[in-house]
Design a protein around this ligand. Structure first.
Ligand code: GLU
Length: 491
């Protein structure tokens, strides 16, 4: 009998959603969508000290921006403490866990000694040897303790892991696991908060998760969770641990956060730079998965149609910034003009350009001028600024070349006169007029265009001059040509 697939994304809200977390969310979402299953969102917020509501909001916002919609949740673990306590009671009754009273310092010392003696630094079961009277005395005195899971002495724990281990290798020696804590320190009156491996297992089991897909850094948790599943009488899910994401030779981490402002690790900062969600999803899908026909650019629907877990790779994935940018540029170039305009608009507004009263069709044409070149939405504002603000600075090397002398002045004046007469003021009409002027004066189109380009844009490089003239309009173009004349020294 096949059960319906149910996956989950279970972030700890300690900060923003980073690209690695987004990749995990994406693969869970994709697998659910590809198999007609359910995708659930669970916020793992039992560590009160490190969690914030702002972080939850930002994670949800980033997931929504990526289009990774969830069918269930968000569940908050902080609101499920009673449930965990019930299951903890079950483990206590069955003798699967025991209280351990060692202080942090004692545990550190235990660990240091084991390492010095080249032993596996696992818990030495000191508290397991306490007699019941001793335990009762310590409880009565309010001594803090944690609950530890009693791992079987020998044998191995089989982990149903489909990627990193594969069926044959999915076996962990119990003797090497160590009795792990499932709560923070607490007392009988004030129980310690339950810890990740335990709450995660309880939730995955109660929520009916069939496939756990997450980063490889959680692989060592899998045998502990399987032991907990068994002790609680639940069937473990299938685990898939995704390969590391590398940036060059280093593991990409939340901690190299925003070291280079061009390459932030948070999804929201990527959005603010003008990465598109489509490009981000496409790019992240390639961090550990490959398309059956080795395609690099694919729509979300094509991705869902082609996604399967057996095309995941165990090898580290390489976060190639050039590729991400290239993908983004491709998506920008392929957006319908109205859609591109809507997405660029906030970036123009943020740059302080007055858009009120600007015709939408005009704006779309202006934006289309740079769609081939801009790889990020944020590139449009600096590229198109001269459409909104008259330039006050002019490229010095252009000034030297094109605003040099009375000859340059003459060219600007001739162009102004020609433009004055163009009727209607369209790119085709302008082109005809400028070509006629070139013919008449024997000057090249370039020689006539460059001074005007500099006058209009402040730059020596811009989209086609006829388009720029048309979109700036006759009046504004002539005013700029007039203003530029004052910059030309006349002997
Ligand atoms: N809260 C854990 C994390 O953010 C979830 C790990 C898991 O998916 O089991 O890393």
């Amino acid at each position: 009998m096949s059960t319906k697939v149910k996956t989950r994304f279970a972030p700890s809200p300690t900060g923003f959603l980073h690209v690695g977390g987004a990749r995990t969310a994406l693969f869970n979402w994709l697998y659910a969508r590809a198999s007609g299953g359910t995708f659930l969102l669970r916020i793992e917020d039992t560590d009160e000290a490190r969690h914030s509501e702002a972080s939850v909001a930002q994670i949800l916002d980033s997931l929504s921006w990526l289009g990774l919609d969830w069918d269930e949740g968000p569940y908050f673990q902080s609101r499920r403490i009673e449930i965990y306590r019930e299951h903890l009671e079950r483990l206590r009754h069955s003798g699967a866990i025991y209280p351990a009273f060692e202080s942090k310092e004692e545990l550190e010392e235990m660990r240091a000694r084991a390492l010095a003696e080249k032993r596996n630094p696992i818990y030495d079961r000191r508290s397991l040897r306490l007699d019941p009277g001793d335990i009762a005395r310590r409880h009565a005195a309010g001594e803090p303790f944690v609950w530890r899971f009693r791992v079987p002495d020998d044998g191995a724990t089989q982990v149903p892991e489909t990627l990193m281990l594969g069926a044959a290798e999915g076996s962990f020696e119990n003797a090497a696991i160590g009795d792990f804590a499932i709560t923070r320190p607490g007392t009988l009156e004030q129980p310690g908060m339950p810890l990740y491996n335990f709450v995660c297992t309880v939730d995955d089991a109660l929520m009916g998760i069939t496939h756990v897909i997450r980063g490889v850094e959680h692989l060592s948790n899998a045998p502990k969770q399987v032991l907990l599943y068994r002790a609680l009488g639940f069937e473990p899910p299938a685990f898939t641990h995704l390969p590391l994401i590398m940036k060059g030779a280093r593991k990409m981490s939340k901690r190299d956060a925003d070291a280079d402002p061009r390459f932030p690790v948070s999804v929201s900062a990527r959005r603010d730079l003008g990465y598109l969600p489509e490009a981000t999803v496409n790019f992240l899908a390639l961090m550990g998965w490959s398309h059956p026909q080795a395609e690099e650019l694919f729509s979300r629907d094509a991705l869902i149609a082609n996604f399967s877990l057996d095309r995941l790779s165990r090898s580290n994935a390489n976060f190639d910034e050039d590729k991400y940018l290239h993908h983004n540029g491709w998506y920008i170039r392929h957006l319908p003009p109205a859609d591109l305009t809507a997405r660029v608009r906030p970036f123009l507004e943020q740059a302080g350009f007055a858009l009120a009263g600007r015709n939408e069709g005009w704006l779309a044409e202006v934006i289309a001028l740079e769609a081939e070149r801009c790889k990020l939405l944020a590139d449009f504002a600096p590229a198109l600024g001269y459409f909104f603000v008259r330039p006050t600075e002019f490229e010095p090397k252009g000034v030297k070349k094109f605003f040099a002398d009375s000859e340059a002045l003459g060219r600007l004046k001739d162009m102004a006169a020609a433009l004055e007469a163009v009727q209607p003021f369209t790119r085709a009409g302008i082109e005809t007029a400028v070509r006629a002027l070139a013919e008449r004066t024997g000057l090249s189109l370039g020689a006539l265009s460059q001074p005007v380009r500099l006058a209009l844009t402040g730059r020596t490089f811009s989209p086609g001059l006829f388009e720029v003239l048309e979109l700036l309009g006759r009046e504004e173009s002539l005013a700029r040509i007039e203003a530029a004349q004052a910059l030309i020294p006349v002997a």
